[in-house]
Design a protein around this ligand. Structure first.
Ligand code: IMP
Ligand code: MG
Length: 187
């Protein structure tokens, strides 16, 4: 710890609290307009998306339902291995539902492309993706994102749900992680 008591691994802010608040409000408005008369089912990818999903849901002026799934990518570094495994599956049936998959961050896009295929097979009426963050220039193919909060530069980030080894999820902003790059759990 430096003399000011600040954690030296908490790097520069990438998305500030007020930017998060106003962008999440906009996304909520957009979803409200797009899904008028329907009851979208928000599917959150644990754990990273929990804070974003909770704020987003309150910005949507429609009845919504919630479900959650947890996935894990094999290997536990700051790089995704590409092999995705469902650790906790959904409770609800997606048949005929208007599903919005809520993700914290799209990096390579591998987690997302796996999830999209998996959820599509459950025959929802519609399936769209809402990602808080997209890391610029990292996706191998177009991940087809309907709703995106922010496009960010290629640095590992923490806060607002995002972790390194389960730490820092409760920071109210998104910032660069400037500590050792080996403890990430990929959730
Ligand atoms: P992808 O499969 O490469 O797109 O990786 C996506 C997943 O990796 C996200 O849902 C996060 O759980 C995790 N992840 C990727 N980048 C970061 C980051 O900068 N901070 C925290 N988690 C991340
Ligand atoms: Mg995630």
């Amino acid at each position: 710890m430096p003399p000011d008591g600040r954690d030296p691994h908490i790097g520069p802010v990438v998305v500030a609290e007020d930017q998060l608040r106003s962008r999440v409000t906009e996304l909520g408005k957009q979803i409200t307009a797009d899904y008028g008369g329907r009851t979208p089912l928000l599917v959150g990818v644990l754990k990273g998306a929990f804070m974003f999903m909770s704020d987003l849901a309150r910005a949507i002026e429609l009845p919504v339902e919630f479900d959650f799934m947890a996935v894990s990518s094999y290997g536990s570094s700051t790089k995704t291995s590409g092999v995705v495994r469902i650790v906790k599956d959904l409770d609800l049936d997606l048949t005929g539902r208007d599903v919005i998959l809520v993700e914290d961050i799209v990096d390579s896009g591998l987690t997302l492309s796996y999830l999209r295929k998996n959820l599509k097979a459950r025959k929802p009426a519609s399936l769209e993706v809402c990602a808080l963050l997209v890391r610029e220039g990292m996706q191998r193919k177009d991940p087809g994102l309907k709703y995106v909060g922010f496009r960010i530069p290629p640095e590992f980030v923490i806060g607002y749900g995002l972790d390194v080894a389960e730490q820092y999820r409760n920071l109210p902003y998104v910032c660069v992680y400037s500590g050792p790059q080996d403890g990430h759990t990929g959730t």
